[in-house]
Ligand binder design. Structure first.
Ligand code: NAG
Ligand code: NAG
Ligand code: NAG
Ligand code: NAG
Ligand code: NAG
Ligand code: NAG
Length: 673
């Protein structure tokens, strides 16, 4: 088609035209919808550049000195031993030696190596490939259970409503792909039972995805990631399509399903193509512009020396990492001031909308952005639907959480459902605030409403602190390693001259010598709270239920873990596979960060020339890490990260309640409160 267009323009078939026409990246450049094969043809045409490969691996290896969990993740304790057993350094050594047919194949190996950690904080995302095109099917799946207790995947009842609203310009391709008398009748597939996927038991596809999706330790949570779900976004209710209907790489070309449509006595076999939609920020026309616009380091890929007069500091809120953080945009001021714990996902935050009939109506006063409050029609159950612990205004966000809970009480609510489905974290102190205002002041909420933490204590980290304290390099308190940011185990601030990483606390983890900082106390109270919290509990914690699809991470996990393990709140996971123990949250961490932020610490501390410092990254990549790790509640000598967090209830979903938040909350009240 491209060749035809060029000939039509009167350009003769000369060498340059043939070169363009056979350039597989030119074939997809400037187009919105293409086939996944065409995207792969472009990606796999890029050969490995050994300089760039070595650069990526050096940045990763040296950045991992700042990731708390490297040695723990070689073999996690039970119940996660099966799920987490990745030796990153062994694999990076293997990858260094291995040759690859293309740079895309190298990317997949690097990315999956990190994903095997099942730690949404420690990931490798190369924006040259990840979510440049997103691969879609118009039939998101849900896992439903019928009245006799039989569980099976179904095409979501709302599938057609979602797809026709989100893909109006592509839906005809799928309509026309349906066979025989189903042609044009995509809508009739909504709600159909799925009997097989690509000729096999659907669990085969679900479990294969669970092995590569990453982000959460719990196998149940990674199985749930296959299915669609909802989330309160800053601009309204989002619909998360799930890994079956949405892929961040062009992995699959089509799917063959055997289905039984609702009301139909017989089954149908259908084949639907995946279609790839361009999601990049910058267009390209050929291989050269594909590489130049998408694959090279961009402002924010690397850190800056904050004291350099010419430093073009990229606000953390606009950094390349922020694109993949599962939280709404936060203001530049809050971004450096407020500490974050948030997961990185290879899909940018969804803006696919939950169909209007499913959206909960009449939020009460106090609702704002990702925090929406409702009163159920029993007049005694209040609901806080909280899709994120981030907001573009930290103080207003914390204020609204208090306003909303007070409104619910004034309306007569005596029990509370907190729905944190797909809450990937955000402000650490917002999580502590919510815990504190629900339960009131007590030993588990004042002064520490979260977890005590520790950070990795390697030689370069110690040198960063030493440089800061002896040379006064951080007068505006912008650096993580500044002692004035932290309190000791007795909750006293470190002195400005105290190298708080010396002496390190030695530990042996999975046979490897490691070193961590002394225990850090709480960092939120009182200065992190914008107003004085109430002097009494707002709700009896035994009348609080924390509910999600398991995908509650980071700051959301800090909130859920303390509410459950310290306060006795009940926990619910929505729609997990029967017989699989569901974890009510995961990827706890303590504080997350990334290579670029660490690079700013190193550069500002004037240590970039150290042999331990990672070089500048040359590609458009993001390396996430866990910078602090919270100590456990049941076993305070070990990290909370790999301790058990079993949900009290796996709420099996029916067609009537699936992806319908109001109906789901009512079902939870009926079963648990
Ligand atoms: C890319 O180019 C096409 C065709 O010129 C245009 O329709 C589209 O909006 C452009 N997309 C971006 C992200 O610039
Ligand atoms: C590999 O990448 C480096 C750094 O961007 C560049 O200087 C070099 O020209 C590239 N090599 C090839 C063969 O393209
Ligand atoms: C909600 O806010 C409005 C406007 O401030 C006020 O009139 C109303 O009384 C409030 N309702 C509740 C239940 O607090
Ligand atoms: C809840 O309150 C509303 C408004 O006051 C009232 O109309 C309704 O009957 C109440 N419902 C129950 C179950 O008490
Ligand atoms: C934090 O550490 C202090 C001092 O060791 C201890 O008293 C407190 O119980 C710890 N808090 C948590 C939540 O582990
Ligand atoms: C790094 O650079 C500083 C000056 O910026 C210099 O004092 C120091 O000796 C250098 N260190 C190394 C290891 O080269």
């Amino acid at each position: 088609m491209l060749l035809g267009t060029l000939i039509g323009l009167g350009v003769g078939v000369n060498a340059s035209v043939i070169t363009r026409a056979t350039d597989p990246c030119a074939a997809i450049g400037g187009q919105k919808w293409v086939s996944p094969t065409a995207v792969r043809d472009c990606f796999t045409s890029i050969k490995v550049n050994e300089t760039l490969k070595a650069n990526i691996i050096e940045v990763m290896s040296k950045s991992l000195a700042f990731h708390t969990s490297v040695n723990y993740q070689i073999k996690a304790p039970e119940p996660f031993t099966q799920a987490v057993h990745e030796d990153l350094f062994a694999d990076l050594a293997r990858i260094t030696k291995q040759t690859y047919p293309s740079d895309y194949d190298l990317h997949i190996d690097l990315s999956r190596t990190f994903k095997r950690l099942n730690d949404g904080h420690c990931v490798w995302i190369n924006s040259c490939y990840v979510s440049l095109f997103i691969n879609y099917l118009p039939i998101p799946l849900v896992l439903l259970t019928d009245s006799s207790g039989n569980q099976a995947p179904h095409i979501a009842p709302e599938a057609f409503a979602v797809a026709s609203a989100e893909f109006p310009d592509e839906i005809s391709v799928w309509q026309n792909a349906l066979p025989g008398n189903l042609k044009g009748k995509l809508e009739s597939l909504s709600g159909a039972k799925v009997l097989s996927i690509n000729g096999k038991d659907p669990n085969v596809a679900i479990d294969a995805n669970a092995l590569i999706t990453g982000s959460f330790q719990g196998i149940g949570t990674r199985q749930n990631t296959f299915f669609s779900s909802y989330q309160v976004g800053a601009g309204g209710w989002n619909y998360i399509l799930g890994n079956f209907a949405q892929q961040s790489l062009p992995l699959a070309d089509q799917v063959v399903l055997r289905i039984q449509r609702t009301g139909s006595p017989s089954t149908d076999t259908i084949t639907l193509p995946y279609r790839s939609r361009f999601m990049g920020a910058k267009n390209f026309t050929d291989t050269a512009s594909f590489l130049a616009n998408n694959c090279r380091a961009v402002p924010g890929t690397n850190g800056v020396d904050l004291n350099a007069p010419t430093a073009a500091d990229v606000s953390p809120a606009k950094s390349p990492a922020a694109h993949f953080q599962q939280q709404p945009a936060i203001s530049p001021g809050d971004a450096r001031k407020q500490l974050l714990n948030v997961i990185l996902d290879s899909a940018p935050l969804s803006d696919v909308v939950l169909p209007p009939p499913l959206v909960p109506q009449r939020p009460v006063n106090g609702s704002r952005t990702s925090a929406q409050f409702f009163l159920l029609d029993d007049n005694k159950t209040g609901v806080l639907a909280l899709g994120s612990f981030s907001d573009n205004d930290y103080n207003a966000f914390l204020g609204s959480m208090l306003d909303g809970l007070l409104t619910l009480k004034s309306l007569g609510a005596t029990q509370l459902v907190v729905d944190v489905s797909n809450n990937g974290g955000g402000f650490i102190c917002a999580a502590h605030w919510l815990h504190r205002i629900i339960v009131g002041p007590k030993s588990t909420s004042v002064p520490q409403a979260g977890l005590n933490t520790t950070t990795r204590d390697g030689p370069l980290a110690q040198q960063i602190v030493q440089q800061i304290v002896t040379k006064n390099l951080d007068p505006n308190l912008q650096l993580l390693y500044n002692p004035q940011q932290w309190r000791d185990a007795s909750d006293n601030f470190f002195a400005a001259t105290d190298n708080w990483l010396v002496p390190p606390v030695p530990k042996v983890i999975n046979g490897h010598d490691d070193a961590f900082s002394q225990q850090l106390g709480q960092e939120c109270q009182p200065e992190g709270f914008p107003v004085t919290p109430p002097s009494e509990a707002l709700f009896d914690p035994s009348k609080v239920v924390v509910v999600s699809n398991g995908r509650c991470a980071s700051s959301c996990a800090l909130f859920s873990v303390t509410m459950s393990k310290e306060e006795g709140a009940k926990t619910v996971v929505l729609g997990g596979r029967k017989g699989v123990q569901q974890q009510y949250c995961g990827t706890v961490g303590g504080e997350s960060t990334d290579f670029s932020t660490i690079d700013t610490e190193i550069k500002t501390a004037q240590l970039k020339n150290s042999s331990l410092a990672p070089p500048d990254l040359l590609v458009n990549g993001v390396q996430g890490i866990t910078w602090r790790l919270g100590f456990g509640i049941e076993d305070p000598t070990q990290p909370e990260e790999w301790q058990n967090r079993p949900a009290d209830l796996n709420l099996l979903l029916s067609p009537e309640i699936v992806n319908n938040p109001f109906a789901t909350w009512k079902a939870i009240v009926a079963q648990l409160l």
